[in-house]
Every structure is written in structure tokens, then in C-alpha cells.
Design a protein around this ligand. Structure first.
Ligand code: AMP
Ligand code: ZN
Length: 138
């Protein structure tokens, strides 16, 4: 269900113009208005899902399948050296538009894009216990 105040509902239905690189019944793929690197694209489902916790598996599957095609087309045009796929969920995770979207961020030598995080050594036993707990819910 479209949210009347949602920016990406308006962009995906064409109410707000965008630099569209692909569109079908379910998705619109656009270039980001403030790209991290040249060609930074967003895959947006037309239906309003807030985040990964809200989107259904079928749509998410179709979306990622489309991502493989878009990524290959982008690589052919942009001649990027690599690509990050990023998807933020929740304010704490850096989500600013609360309509599910997948970032495709082309990477180039010396582009200065920084997507890293500090890492800590895991406790092996605690990891096993945690894996057990989560496994039960899938
Ligand atoms: P996120 O922080 O993961 O929610 O990403 C939101 C992204 O949407 C950011 O990279 C913004 O630059 C991008 N964005 C915001 N408004 C627009 C717009 N009107 N057209 C294209 N991209 C946009
Ligand atoms: Zn929306």
C-alpha cells in the first residue's frame, strides 16, 4: 500500500521525477541524487515496504534477481572495479528513507568510499549458542 507521504512511493510511481535506469511493474531503479560514487543506483520496489523486516520474501527475491542484471549493466557502462551492495534498516543502521531500497555502489580505485566497520574477536562458545538460538526461528 502506497504511503502518501513517502518519497520513494512518489518516485517509484513516477509522481516525482528521477533518473530512471530501469522500470517494470514491481520495481524502479534510479540513480541516487547524492551518489557515493559515479553510477550509485537504488533498486526500489513500487510497493511500500519499510525495511527488511517488512518486505516479503518473494519480492525480495525478485529484487535481488534484478540486482544481478542491473549490476552487470552498470559494470559494462561504468567500467567500475567492484561494487558494494548495501541495504540499511532502521535509523541506527543509517536508513534515512523508510521505504525499502537496495544500494548498488560502484567502486573505483581511490574513490574514497568508506563502508568499513571495526571488528572484534568472537567468543566461539557464545557464537555457537547464538547460532542455535537464531536457527530455531528460521
Ligand atoms: P538510506 O540512507 O539507505 O535510506 O538511503 C537513502 C538514499 O536515497 C540516499 O543515498 C539518498 O541520497 C537517496 N535519495 C534521497 N532522495 C532522493 C531522490 N529524490 N532521488 C534519488 N535519490 C534520493
Ligand atoms: Zn513508500
Amino acid at each position: 500500500m502506497a504511503d502518501k507521504d513517502c518519497l520513494f512511493c512518489k518516485i517509484s510511481n513516477g509522481e516525482i521525477p528521477s533518473a530512471t535506469i530501469y522500470e517494470d511493474n514491481d520495481f524502479r531503479v534510479i540513480l541516487d541524487i547524492a551518489p557515493a560514487s559515479k553510477g550509485h543506483a537504488l533498486i526500489i520496489p513500487k510497493e511500500h515496504f519499510q525495511d527488511i523486516f517488512d518486505i516479503d520474501a518473494l519480492t525480495a527475491g525478485k529484487l535481488f534477481s534484478l540486482a544481478t542484471e542491473v549490476a552487470r549493466a552498470m559494470k559494462a557502462v561504468l567500467h567500475c572495479d567492484g561494487m558494494n551492495i548495501v541495504q540499511n534498516n532502521g535509523l541506527i543502521a543509517g536508513q534515512t528513507v523508510f521505504h525499502f531500497h537496495l544500494h548498488l555502489i560502484p567502486r573505483y580505485e581511490g574513490d574514497g568510499v568508506n563502508l568499513g566497520w571495526p571488528q572484534h574477536e568472537a567468543d566461539a562458545e557464545a557464537n555457537q549458542e547464538l547460532a542455535r538460538e537464531i536457527r530455531k526461528r528460521i
